[in-house]
Ligand binder design. Structure first.
Ligand code: ADP
Ligand code: MG
Ligand code: MG
Length: 213
């Protein structure tokens, strides 16, 4: 069972890489309006490094927790930029709930995602409404937790959560940035969504499609 879970980690990292690759230009374009234009490239560097580290760990016989935490560290290390550090925090938080043996439950995944929100907010100090990935991550987590508490199957809960993240990312276009590089762009960023929120919506949506398989 533990090797099978580690393979799921590898599959998930592959889906993240593919999603980032497919959207690299659009993420860069959004970040060039409301940031410094490197969000696509940064996410690409980080996710590819994470996949390579995850594959190396799985091939060496590591369990899910070890494989994902190596991937998280590689992402933070190689991406550069704020979002790289934050994706390292997110993936390390989820990894910590997976364990290296046995099969994690949906509740473990939800607990990992809840830890991820706390970790991102501790690290980055952003609140909801500051026009960052927190604007997508908080509704994602709230929806996932509430749906699982309502005894919905994981696929349905995750799909609803990804939709909440995507809707929130779209809605972030109306916000004035208060954190990160976009802060200095001020009103210029109004009408453009936050790049980190957009990429989170895209990635969680794609992971939901993987869960459906
Ligand atoms: P950088 O801003 O260093 O160039 P990226 O362009 O890769 O890094 O990522 C920018 C994204 O990082 C923003 O769109 C936002 O979602 C996220 N971000 C920036 N600062 C913070 C913060 N303090 N807390 C949460 N997310 C943040
Ligand atoms: Mg940037
Ligand atoms: Mg940058």
């Amino acid at each position: 069972a533990s090797q099978a879970v580690a393979q799921h980690v590898r599959d998930a990292l592959e889906v993240i890489v593919r999603t980032v690759d497919d959207n690299v230009d659009e993420l860069g374009r959004i970040d060039s309006i409301a940031g410094d234009g490197d969000h696509g490239i940064g996410m690409q560097r980080g996710s590819h490094a994470a996949l390579a580290a995850g594959i190396a760990a799985v091939d060496a016989g590591a369990g899910a927790q070890t494989a994902l935490s190596r991937a998280a560290d590689a992402w933070a290390d190689k991406a550069g930029g704020t979002s790289g550090a934050l994706w390292g925090v997110i993936l390390n938080a989820v990894a910590s709930r997976l364990g290296d043996t046995g099969r994690p439950e949906a509740a473990d995944l939800a607990a990992g995602v809840a830890d991820a929100v706390r970790g991102v907010q501790t690290y980055g100090k952003a609140q909801v409404g500051d026009k960052t990935m927190v604007d997508a991550l908080v509704p994602f987590t709230a929806t996932l937790t509430a749906s699982l508490e309502d005894h919905e199957p994981l696929l349905d809960a995750w799909t609803a959560a990804a939709r909440a993240a995507t809707d929130a990312a779209r809605a972030s276009a109306d916000l004035l940035p208060r954190m990160g590089r976009a802060r200095t762009h001020g009103e210029h960023a109004i009408g453009t969504p936050d790049p980190g929120a957009v990429s989170l919506g895209l990635i969680t949506t794609a992971l939901g499609e993987l869960l459906a398989e």
